[in-house]
Design a protein around this ligand. Structure first.
Ligand SMILES: Cc1ncc(COP(=O)(O)O)c(C=O)c1O
Length: 373
């Protein structure tokens, strides 16, 4: 190999590396398809990704260590074990469960089913946008329905937006970025009124953070055999975002169709961690409690400063900064906090994800200082 060739190869490799760095090492999800939020690359306290900074829990850490020696094997049994655990708790069978590379993969697959051949998606806006982004990317169409005045899904308007071309309706409950919830009762009525050939994708990424989850989860509609996909993740309550494990719950015929579109299998360490975390109820309770304490600290500071916020049921708070959100975020970055991206529909509103209780105390102090300055 000549020096020129190897030098060129080195330059090419470092360019590729730099391109990766410029993307801010984002998770391999829909977020990576958008211009990166500076928050992800920033060195400040990270309050941007709706993660759980208490994770991984002790059982998950021990399971990761224990899984290392066997990680030369393809993780067939580990995947079966996780499916069995989930199915048992949900009153379903393993054939009702599909494990994804994060729930992002589940959302991508649902988008593929909906958008291929020009199918239509009905989605609220703003919401977690990877489903809409993916449907558009493959040539499908998207009908966006603004949230209602309470920043909740406007189910009536979403029902009205359904057309003969609609294949999928996306429901994000609680919604990202607002944290708002539509009740299980409202959602069951909404689903019952839709034509049976339309699939409903209910993204419950944040529902596990709520103590009354079973009341609002649509898993009972999966048990009943409705045309519905429930998406869940180990990235939020379980604090395993870097290990990329999520899952779908749906009728076995739907799961089979989705499984054919899977791109990659989950990793053995991720699966081991997820199984251990799933049964670590103590860690889950501790996480719920501390993330809720963070929300209480944040909303108390917002109340004090008379800044409006959406009623959140998740591990983030969406609030009105009363100034352009981008300027507010830049000011907070100066104070050492990395926040999420601006949302064009609400130009003065900002989403803050929960860090540890201590970090949220620091954030509340920084908020007070920012508005006192
Ligand atoms: C509503 C919602 N769904 C799904 C995801 C994807 O999570 P993951 O791919 O890490 O499971 C996120 C991540 O932020 C989210 O906010």
């Amino acid at each position: 190999m000549s020096t020129t060739v190897s030098r060129r190869a080195v330059i090419g490799a470092s360019r590729a590396l730099l391109a990766g760095v410029a993307l801010g090492a984002l998770p391999r999800s829909g977020a990576a398809q958008r211009p990166p939020s500076p928050a992800f690359a920033s060195r400040g306290i990270r309050l941007a990704g709706n993660e759980n900074p208490y994770g991984p829990g002790p059982a998950a850490r021990a399971a990761i260590e224990a899984a290392v020696p066997d990680s030369w094997k393809y993780p067939i049994f580990e995947e079966m074990a996780l499916k069995a655990l989930i199915a048992e708790r949900e009153g379903l069978t393993p054939r009702h469960v599909l494990i994804g590379d994060g729930s992002s993969e589940i959302l991508h697959i649902a988008a593929l089913l909906a958008g291929s051949g020009g199918g239509e998606l009905v989605t609220p806006t703003p919401t977690f946008s990877i489903v809409a982004d993916h449907v558009r990317a493959i040539g499908g169409s998207v009908r966006e329905v603004p949230l209602d005045a309470g920043m909740r899904h406007d189910l009536k308007a979403m029902r009205a937006a359904v057309s003969p071309a609609t294949r999928l309706v996306y429901v994000c409950n609680p919604n990202n970025p607002t944290g708002t919830l539509v009740s299980g009762t409202e959602l069951r009525e909404f689903i019952a009124a839709l034509p049976g050939n339309i699939s409903v994708l209910v993204d419950e990424a944040y529902l596990e953070l709520a103590s009354d989850m079973s009341e609002h989860s649509m898993v009972d509609r999966v048990r009943a055999g409705d045309n519905i996909i429930v998406a869940r993740t180990f990235s939020k309550l379980h604090g395993l975002a870097g290990l990329r494990i999520g899952y779908a719950l749906a009728r076995p015929d739907l799961i089979e169709r989705m499984a054919k579109l899977k791109l990659v299998a989950a990793s053995s360490l991720g699966l081991a961690a997820a199984s251990a975390s799933y049964t670590d109820l103590q860690f889950q309770a501790m996480s719920r409690k501390n993330l809720a304490a963070g929300v209480a600290i944040t909303t108390a500071a917002l109340d004090e400063l008379m800044l409006p916020y959406a009623p959140t049921r998740a591990n983030f708070v969406f609030f009105d900064t009363r100034q352009p959100a981008a300027a507010f975020m830049a000011a907070m970055r100066e104070r050492g906090f990395a926040l999420g991206r601006p949302y064009p529909q609400y130009p003065s509103w900002c989403r803050v994800s929960m860090g540890t209780v201590e970090q949220m105390r620091l954030f509340a102090d920084a908020l007070r200082a920012h508005y006192a300055a």
